[in-house]
Design a protein around this ligand. Structure first.
Ligand code: NAD
Length: 506
């Protein structure tokens, strides 16, 4: 067996790795175990948001070719379903080794198309691999349960987990590598077949990973890739052979997907947008709190569903907290993510930049005090990049637009409250329920926060509550429509049917 390449820890070693391509040309779809040209006549440019260069063209595939992928997946399912779980997971062990070997390039492609800093991309690649690792446990995870004499004396009862058929995912732009991995490894390990539709803004990372999937030799049709936009998403949701959809994206689209799948009698898990509050109590450990919050607010340039958005200062911590936070925000180095010294990359596109700058203008108009303005930032060597520097508003009140709506950029709103009750009321006034964090050394305060706050992901002295692969990636209210989440045991339940068998022998 080839020796597993360990991810180099030292930056100098990483820099000797081969470069990724500068231009990937017209992308293909991967259907029935083959790379195929899309029939689509429409192509869209994929842009490197730091350099402004066109790095590929993505086809907007049609409903017809999406249906071909579904039919191939259905055909493949008949055999895959009968392939023993222990055999199914061998493909995942192979894929995992390939992903480790290509760890650095998977991360670099993400930076090219998304703009995030290289270390953030490495973290994302690691998360994707961890989902493959957890899915290899399907031989245990998928087991059913039996109760002797469960129905009556001499009559046993058992529940079996069975795969259902073809599933598909529709993903957003902000985590090009990881998000499809919250779902498909579990679905496929459980004996279903799968179709991935990446965001048309960031299709390259999945294109790269699918070459590894191809090398891992999954049987044709077991896992397919269809590039495109709404037409592909709708075709997947409308196709009668698709049994379920895993969606991640903005709340309006999540709601649409949830309704449409219900109408089409499909299983659905639909993760939506967010507006997360980070609550800082007077007894926090200030230095560590601020360091942790800076990565929550500005990591991934604020384009993270788990990013902090409102910085809620409780009581008399306000002044010290604000000063330290702004001081730290000013030190963040903005630039091209492939530069190892850069902390924060550009936002995804010109449209996103305009939208975020529009929110900053609204904040000023509504009376918030702009104490750090990231507009008009210049990054040497990258005049065409969509950069916005760290931005901080002070004197924000809960009724202001910037305190309520998802900005999805590096913009922080500082809101003062008198106590923990007011902080929790503020969190509950939001229709979103993705994440909330508290920074404190008080056990009772932390416990109260955890107990009372209606959000799927709760952080205690942690600002990015990203569940590990063996826990569900939670979310509630308008941040999640459905009941079973991605990852871990929830994913196993979503991708299997619990069939009950009652047996009596005469
Ligand atoms: P988006 O909703 O614009 O797009 C997501 C996906 O839906 C894309 O693949 C897109 O092609 C497809 N899509 C868009 N409009 C559609 C329509 N009308 N019909 C069918 N399909 C459609 O989201 P985005 O801008 O790519 O991603 C950012 C959003 O995702 C943010 O709101 C963020 O909070 C959210 N997000 C949530 C989570 C979570 O776990 N809750 C994780 C990551 C991102």
């Amino acid at each position: 067996m080839a020796k597993l390449k360990v991810v180099p820890d030292r930056v100098e070693e990483r820099q000797h790795l081969p470069e990724v391509k500068k231009n990937y040309g017209v992308l293909k779809n991967y259907i029935n175990g083959e790379w195929v040209d899309a029939e689509a006549s429409k192509l869209e440019d994929v842009e490197n948001p730091a350099t402004g260069e066109i790095i590929a063209q993505v086809p907007l595939s049609t409903a017809r070719e999406t249906a071909k992928a579904v039919e191939a997946a259905q055909e493949a399912w008949l055999e895959w379903r009968e392939t023993p779980p222990v055999t199914r997971v061998r493909y995942f062990f192979k894929l995992r080794d390939l992903m480790e070997q290509h760890f650095e390039n998977i991360s670099r492609v993400q930076v090219q198309e998304h703009g995030k800093a290289i270390d953030e991309a490495r973290g994302e690649t690691r998360r994707a691999i961890e989902n493959v690792e957890v899915a290899t446990g399907v031989t245990s995870l998928m087991m059913g349960y039996t109760l002797e004499d469960g129905a009556a004396a001499g009559i046993d009862e058992e529940a079996i987990r069975s795969p259902l058929g073809v599933f598909a995912s529709i993903s957003p732009f902000n985590f090009p590598a990881m998000i499809p991995f919250w779902f498909w490894p579990y679905a496929v390990a459980c004996g279903n077949t799968y179709i991935v539709k990446p965001s048309k803004q960031v299709p390259l990372t999945q294109e790269y990973i699918f070459e590894l999937i191809h090398q891992a030799d999954f049987p044709p049709g077991v896992i397919s890739l269809v590039n495109g936009s709404h037409e592909v998403a709708d075709a997947l949701m409308d196709h009668p052979l698709v049994k379920g959809i895993s969606f991640v994206g903005s709340t309006p689209v999540a709601h649409y997907v949830y309704r449409k799948c219900a109408e089409n009698r499909k299983r659905v898990q639909a993760q939506g947008g967010a507006k997360n509050s980070l609550v800082v109590m007077p007894d926090c450990v200030l230095n560590r709190t601020v360091a942790n919050m800076l990565s929550s607010f500005y990591g991934c340039t604020g384009q993270r569903c788990l990013a902090g958005a409102n910085l809620v200062a409780v009581g008399d911590i306000y002044q010290k907290l604000k000063d330290k936070f702004v001081e730290g925000a000013k030190r963040i180095k903005v630039g091209y993510g492939l530069d190892e010294t850069v902390n924060m990359g550009p936002v995804i596109s010109g449209d996103a930049k305009k939208k975020i700058e529009g929110y900053i203008a609204t904040g000023v108009k509504e009376g918030a005090k702009l104490i750090l303005d990231g507009r008009n930032i210049k990054v040497d060597g990258y005049p065409k990049g969509y950069f916005i520097g760290p931005t901080v508003f002070d004197n924000v009140t809960p009724d202001m637009t910037i305190a309520k709506e998802e900005i999805f950029g590096p913009v922080v709103s500082i809101i003062r409250v008198k106590d923990i009750d007011e902080a929790i009321d503020l969190i509950h006034s939001s229709p979103f329920g993705n994440a909330a964090s508290i920074y404190t050394q008080s056990g009772p305060a932390a416990r109260e926060f955890r107990y009372r706050v209606h959000c799927g992901n709760i952080g205690i002295n942690i600002g990015i509550v990203a569940a590990m692969a063996y826990f569900p990636f939670a979310g509630s209210k308008d941040s999640f429509f459905g009941d079973l989440h991605g990852q871990g045991e929830d994913a196993i339940n979503f991708f299997t049917d619990r069939k009950v068998v009652i047996t009596r022998w005469f």
